[in-house]
Design a protein around this ligand. Structure first.
Ligand code: HEM
Length: 236
């Protein structure tokens, strides 16, 4: 357990501490994501949304109106592959940064069985109660977005440089790009919902960097105990 001493807390407030350190208790809050984590996460999100707003109008005229956000359809066509490259680079940073925390533990394997997932979604069961910083659903989401980033990259290259690839490769690439996109977007809708309105107190973990003790105890009890050193039966 790492706790910032009381005499340093007047200068070392939670927000200052959250610049460089996480998994610590400061002035009654818990630092969940230090600045580097937040910068990487928001770089991934920003590049994803630029790629989204430039890609959707190219995909179908139904979303042609979205081109207005990036300066028109011609601009969208030009910037989309570069936004994709930027998204890939940010995703590589995110992958390296989070990898150690996202490995499934032996007691978390099989969590994605439909019966377990349904129990979880109905709030009937909290998986891996003694879990670490991230629950198995978050780990699954992490691996899914990594796979998605690879899917976008390998399908995007033949679409960007069509003259270098045979027709069959170009056609498979278009299909793969579209399928990856559809799954990615569904996952993203759930992710944004869970990270904002569904679980109040979560969004600030990615803005301010900190969460409340009660949020941590409710959503990640194992991590809460690791960070605070509080015992299982010692509820304050
Ligand atoms: C406006 C858009 C987004 C919002 C509001 C958002 C919100 C959040 C929040 C609050 C967390 C921290 C959860 C926690 O500490 O338990 C988080 C984590 C994460 N985000 Fe996002 N995010 C957004 C976009 C994205 C995008 C575009 C990606 C990837 C392409 C992404 C990938 C992740 C991953 C892998 C995690 C860690 C696992 C998890 O908590 O699910 N996020 N996000």
């Amino acid at each position: 357990m790492t706790t910032v001493p009381a005499e340093r807390q007047h200068v070392d407030s939670a927000i200052v501490a959250a610049r460089n350190r996480d998994n610590i208790v400061v002035a009654g809050e818990i630092v969940r994501h230090r600045r580097a984590t937040r910068l990487i996460h928001w770089s991934v999100a920003l590049t994803f949304f630029i790629a989204l707003f430039s890609g959707m109008p190219i995909w179908t005229p139904l979303f042609g109106w979205m081109a207005a956000f990036v300066g028109g359809l011609e601009v969208a066509r030009i910037i989309h592959p570069y936004a994709g490259v930027a998204f890939t680079i940010a995703s590589v940073f995110q992958f390296v940064h989070w990898l150690a925390d996202m490995i499934f533990r032996s007691d978390e394997k099989g969590w994605w069985r439909p019966s377990t997932l349904i129990r979880y979604m109905r709030w009937e069961d909290e998986p891996a109660v003694e879990g670490g910083k991230y629950n198995p659903g978050q780990k699954l989401f992490f691996w899914a977005v990594c796979l998605g980033a690879v899917g976008f990259l390998i399908s995007g290259i033949p679409m960007w440089f069509p003259l270098y690839f045979p027709q069959i490769v170009r056609e498979i690439a278009i299909l793969l790009h579209d399928i990856t996109f559809i799954f990615f977007l569904i996952g993203m809708v759930f992710h944004i919902y869970l990270g904002t309105i569904a679980e109040p107190g979560t969004f600030r973990a990615m803005t301010r960097g900190t969460v409340t003790r009660s949020w941590a105890r409710l959503h990640h009890p194992g991590w809460f105990r690791q960070v605070t050193g509080e015992r299982r039966d010692n509820r304050k």
